[in-house]
Design a protein around this ligand. Structure first.
Ligand SMILES: [Zn+2]
Length: 123
């Protein structure tokens, strides 16, 4: 099941995962200004292809928003790993497309009860 709303702890959320067998790290930040690796902008999410890290702003956000941001950044990462260049220039239109894709994916997974997040740790 999906833990909706703000009824979750950041310590429950996954800090690593794989994309096509490639390990990625997820870092959760309390300030949007910490999300940007270059500390130049305030962001809700960032995908860093250099260290294969996804950074997400989570403070006071429902889990739905955090998960959709994760999906958004995963789409950037898949696009990059597969060199598809669908969203390579990161223009406004591309960001809008990727936002809508992430929202649609979340909706399908959530409404069909296919989403188990955060998954119980394998411990
Ligand atoms: Zn983006």
């Amino acid at each position: 099941m999906f833990k909706s709303g703000k009824n979750y702890k950041v310590s429950e959320l996954p800090t690593s995962f794989e994309i096509l067998g490639i390990p990625y790290t997820i870092a959760y930040h309390e300030l949007p200004s910490e999300v940007d690796a270059d500390k130049r902008a305030s962001l809700v999410g960032q995908h860093d292809p250099w260290d294969r890290t996804i950074r997400v702003y989570y403070k006071n956000k429902p889990l739905e928003d955090v998960f959709i941001t994760l999906l958004h950044e995963i789409l950037h990462a898949v696009d990059n790993e597969l060199e598809m260049s669908l969203f390579a220039s990161m223009g406004d239109d591309e960001e809008r497309s990727i936002n809508l894709l992430a929202l649609a994916l979340f909706n399908v997974l959530q409404k069909n009860g296919w989403l188990n997040f955060p998954a119980k740790s394998k411990g």
